[in-house]
Design a protein around this ligand. Sequence first.
Ligand code: SF4
Length: 444
Amino acid sequence: MGLKFYIETFGCQMNVYDSELVASILKTAGYEQSLNIHKAEILFVNTCAIREKAVERVINKMHQYAHLKVKKGKVKVAGILGCIPQYSSDRLKKELPFIDILSGPDNYDKLPQMINDCLKSKKMQENLVLDKEQNYEDILPFTENKHSVFVTVMRGCNNYCSYCVVPYVRGRERSRSVKSILTEVKNAVSNGVTEVNLLGQNVNSYNSEGMNFAQLLNKVSEVEGLKRLRFATSHPKDISDELIQVMAENPKVCRHLHLPFQAGSNDVLKLMNRGYTREDYLSKIEKIRKLIPDIAITTDIIVGFPDESDEDFEQTLDVMRRSGFDNSFMFIYSERELTHAKKNFKDNVPKKVKAERQKRVIELQKSLSIEQIGSDAGKTKEVLIESVSKKRKNELMGRTEQNRIVIFERTNDVAEGDYVNVLITRAEGLSLFGKIVNNGEGSK
Ligand code: SF4
């Protein structure tokens, strides 16, 4: 039996997917996955560079694990994967001298060789090449979740939003072939999966063999046995009428759209290099809501970007009110290494002002969430059961196609992965509560 490996993942859904790719690559090479760090001989931390102080966080985490390698000697190979090694390798090597492997996101297929080389030579292995062709076309990721999976359809990004490090650490945008996406989806569905989430930094610019993202959605939806199709993330400048039409007409495409607007002021949007105006964004929202009245829209917002004035910020609140988001990911701006904003703009909005602005967007979002999510009260919604509720063991948790969380009483005749009809009786915070009704088919 091969050595056991353990992977800890930080960051977004794309990183979760990448860890599943790494697990598949290592299993194929004869290693065995362990979900218990204390039983592993190979330890990987898959890192994300989006959050503030990401490097510090990874260094602290690896210090916590150092004893497993340095003192106990159980771990033979310890490595850091993903975005952080891509821009902070010197610091990682200096502060974590016991690290054996540093690999960027385009080199996971080399990991078995790197592990071998490391075990043989006892020397540190590093591969941070950004490979504009790398799509892991022929690798089926390993996942234990039997009803819902992520499938990456493109990697990298060409947009260079001025605050974002992604294009520097994940490289230029490239789309996976339709054939390899379909193979992966069919394989997942044959293993019992009924919901697929197509992922990319900007899925709307997908383009492979002349097929755009709207057409890809239709193609993937033809896979027999697939019930729900989701996708993220969309860029407002690239979301097309064709895609909105597909969302409106294709019953398998879920009525949820994550459409980050980031800031409501045209001056700030320009500094952010987002490529659209507030008017563009609002007119797209209007079009989407007109064609798909029951859609749920979520977003990302940054407050306190360089030079953001009180008037600019008011425009952010205005876009929120007009758009009626279900939920928002609300961030305070902070500088990121390598980015245009860090190099060229002064982080000049005082911390206190940033915090006040964040408080105001959070408060506004709370009231918008109550309004949007609460509108489901009294309706019957189809829910895919995901798990037992975290708070109460006698309750189940699932999601509607709008991606709204629903909590309801657990019964013996349904299980994770089942679709049930739930009558929504009330909303509380970001969750809906209800009871199973008319479970008719109870289909998987
Ligand atoms: S679209 Fe902008 S924010 Fe999103 S990954 Fe690309 S550069 Fe970053």
